[in-house]
Design a protein around this ligand. Structure first.
Ligand code: ADP
Ligand code: AMP
Length: 221
């Protein structure tokens, strides 16, 4: 009796490990999330996490956390770049992203779907990613939140009333928009040529934008 019970439990355990095997050996799946400052990337990522259970990694949040980490050798440099709306050197951003991905997968091996928000923001970011992550992760697609500059600025100014962010002010925003137009838009266009971009009209309400987001993830996520 005991033998039958044990062999049944072992069979079940082996079977469930077998079915999980593809997930365990699968490379991390990456979804880049891009758009202007204030386009709603963070807002929509939080909703995707809630519904689909992906892990959200925001390059900006990781940089802000590193800036605030006691003893960080990069704190001051990061603050200067952020205030000026400039793009922090890629080595710093990639190492933060890589560490966050590794820690997530260490805590749960099946947790392999990552929304990487605010990256790659320029050619340097893209080359850094290809150098470091080529073959280690699969980029599934780019989710592009398309929103005009005026709406982006208004939303960030509104957010600035409570965010405490040193870059949610008009002066920083004009620089951030300029960086976005000059450096990030060409990266989106590059991915577009590869047929890897899903463009979403981000000027609609939060709920309507999420309806469009769900259509994409239900089909291709
Ligand atoms: P991003 O991560 O792209 O910088 P956020 O998600 O932080 O943008 O959104 C910026 C601000 O705009 C936040 O205050 C947020 O509540 C608001 N917001 C986000 N999406 C919308 C939307 N579709 N319509 C109106 N306001 C929005
Ligand atoms: P965000 O939170 O996405 O609005 O980003 C805020 C600021 O963080 C940007 O204006 C940049 O200074 C910096 N930053 C965010 N993402 C990146 C990135 N991928 N590479 C370098 N700097 C970044």
């Amino acid at each position: 009796m005991l033998y039958r019970l044990l062999s049944c439990v072992t069979r079940k355990a082996t079977a469930s490990a077998f079915y999980r095997l593809p997930v365990l050996i699968m490379k991390p799946q990456v979804y880049f999330v891009l758009g202007g400052p204030g386009a709603g990337k963070g807002t929509q990522c939080a909703m995707i996490v809630e519904k689909y259970g992906y892990t959200h990694l925001s390059a900006g949040d990781l940089l802000r956390a590193e800036r605030g980490r006691p003893g960080s050798e990069f704190g001051e440099l990061i603050e200067n770049y952020i205030r000026d709306g400039k793009i922090v050197p890629v080595e710093i951003t990639i190492s933060l992203l890589q560490r966050a991905m590794e820690e997530t997968m260490k805590s749960n091996k099946e947790n392999k779907k990552f929304l990487i928000d605010g990256f790659p923001r320029n050619e340097d970011n893209l080359q850094g990613w290809n150098r470091t992550m080529d073959g280690k992760a699969d980029v599934k697609f780019v989710l592009f939140f398309d929103c005009c500059n005026e709406v982006c600025i208004d939303r960030c100014l509104e957010r600035g009333k409570s965010s405490g962010r040193s870059d949610d002010n008009r002066e920083s925003l004009l620089k951030r928009i300029q960086t976005y137009v000059q450096s990030t838009k060409p990266i989106i266009e590059l991915y577009e040529k590869q047929g890897k971009v899903h463009t979403i009209d981000a000027s609609k309400t939060v709920e309507k934008v999420f309806v469009d987001v769900q259509k994409i993830f239900d089909k291709e996520g």
